[in-house]
Design a protein around this ligand. Structure first.
Ligand code: ATP
Ligand code: MG
Length: 144
């Protein structure tokens, strides 16, 4: 089933000038870009986005990191996109991520881990709608 997932190039990715390299990986893995923008979160919007983690000990650090600079939300489409994208990004902790994954290649720590990926269809829907309106989701199939 063709699915959509939400990726975010996190503030560390933007700061390290890795936007192009990371998007290249998405393209190499045949994800289609459906929508993309540059945004700067603040603690309120980062908190809304990561509300599922509000009881975690790292929550406030996470909000401060996610609002520390611009980031790039991107909607990606592919067969089984949610699971496939999690494989491409690798484990949350780069030290535990498989070789060749984006986090293994570029991430510095469990917090500053370069990229976000939705973890389930319900969260993907919420996260896509959080950043993009229907009008911003662009058909991007090979017939165009
Ligand atoms: P993401 O949701 O960003 O794709 P993930 O699904 O791999 O990451 P989650 O458990 O959802 O991991 O955690 C969300 C984010 O919170 C992580 O990507 C990371 O930036 C931060 N985080 C998670 N665990 C820790 C931790 N123990 N210490 C510090 N930061 C953490
Ligand atoms: Mg997550």
């Amino acid at each position: 089933m063709v699915q959509r997932t939400l990726a975010i190039l996190k503030p560390d990715c933007v700061r390290k000038n890795l936007i192009g390299k990371v998007i290249k990986k998405f393209e190499d893995e045949n994800f289609k870009i459906i929508a993309m923008k540059l945004v700067k979160l603040n603690s309120k919007t980062a908190g809304e986005f990561y509300a599922v983690h509000k009881d975690k000990p790292f929550y406030y650090d996470l909000l401060s990191f996610m609002s520390s600079g611009p980031c790039v939300p991107i909607v990606l489409e592919k067969e089984n996109a949610i699971e496939e994208f999690r494989k491409v990004i690798g484990a949350t902790d780069p030290a535990k991520a498989d070789d060749g994954t984006i986090r293994k290649l570029y991430a510095d720590s469990k917090e500053q881990n370069i990229v976000h990926g939705s973890d389930a269809p319900e969260t993907a829907n919420y996260e896509i709608q959080y950043f993009f309106s229907m009008k911003e989701l662009v058909e991007n199939d090979d017939k165009n």
